[in-house]
Design a protein around this ligand. Structure first.
Ligand code: G3H
Length: 255
């Protein structure tokens, strides 16, 4: 397979740096005990900015193969932008990824498709792989096909992207986030295949074949296998279940 599955844990606004250290150590031990092959299934955590340095120190000191990234990024490189974190800062922390366009940013922080496109571009330009989130609300479903809103969001986010650019897409139906009831694998696959077509139109066949599309929304160790069987689903973005180290480890060891 051209696409290495990615198991991503978005901690959202949880854990302090001591909890982050304890979590990463326990996760690393658990995956080591299981002889987890990180080349076979990539694992990444997305701590709050204030925990990133601690995670970096631990990953580098213990030579862990765990990847990590930020939960958001500024559209700017530097300057008078109080409270913002640039891709340059994330790069200096050796972050691999950054989440952009999470539904909590789109809807609670009113981020537009233009803002999200600018963030994805800023990440790419700064050498960080953007993990671009898209997904429809329950209200969107009353008026549109399930894939219509996510496809539009993705088209908007990829406006400045070209063949060869690396990015990850996360399809997260907003109605399934934190809901305890995920989409069915069939629903996830249907939208993911449309999203791959959007990627193809934006950056061509070769890049589309390499681009990972994740599913997110109430993923747990007891439902991940169904999603991973979908031909266009290449991993998961986990929220709530990524805060329980045993559960997140079990998700990463889904195979
Ligand atoms: O970023 C993660 C998603 O919002 C999914 O959250 O696993 O708690 O439903 P959840």
């Amino acid at each position: 397979d051209a696409r290495t599955p990615l198991i991503a844990g978005n901690w959202k606004m949880n854990f302090d740096h001591l909890q982050a250290i304890a979590f990463v150590q326990k996760l690393a031990w658990s995956l080591r005990d299981a002889r987890h092959d990180f080349d076979d299934v990539e694992v990444a955590v997305f701590p709050p900015f204030t925990d990133l340095r601690s995670v970096q120190t631990l990953v580098q000191a213990d030579k862990l193969e765990l990847k990590y990234g930020g939960q958001d990024v500024s559209t700017h490189v530097s300057g008078a932008f109080t409270g913002e974190i640039s891709a340059t800062f994330l790069k200096k922390l050796d972050a691999e990824y950054v989440i952009v366009g999470h539904s909590e940013r789109r809807y609670r922080h009113v981020e537009s498709d233009e803002t999200i496109a600018a963030k994805a571009k800023a990440a790419r330009d700064g050498g960080i792989v953007p993990l671009i989130c898209v997904g429809e609300t329950a209200k969107d479903l009353e008026r549109h096909e399930p894939s219509a809103v996510p496809a539009n969001q993705l088209r908007g986010a990829l406006i400045d992207f070209k063949p060869g650019d690396e990015f990850v897409v996360a399809y997260e139906p907003v109605w399934a986030i934190g809901a305890g009831s995920p989409a069915t694998p069939e629903q996830a696959q249907n939208v993911a295949s449309v999203l791959r077509e959007v990627v193809r139109q934006a950056v061509g066949d070769e890049t589309a074949a390499k681009t990972r599309i994740l599913y997110g929304g109430s993923v747990k160790s007891d439902n991940i296998v169904g999603f991973m069987k979908c031909p266009d689903v290449d991993g998961v973005l986990v929220g709530g279940a990524s805060l329980d180290v045993d559960e997140f480890s079990a998700i990463a060891r889904y195979k």
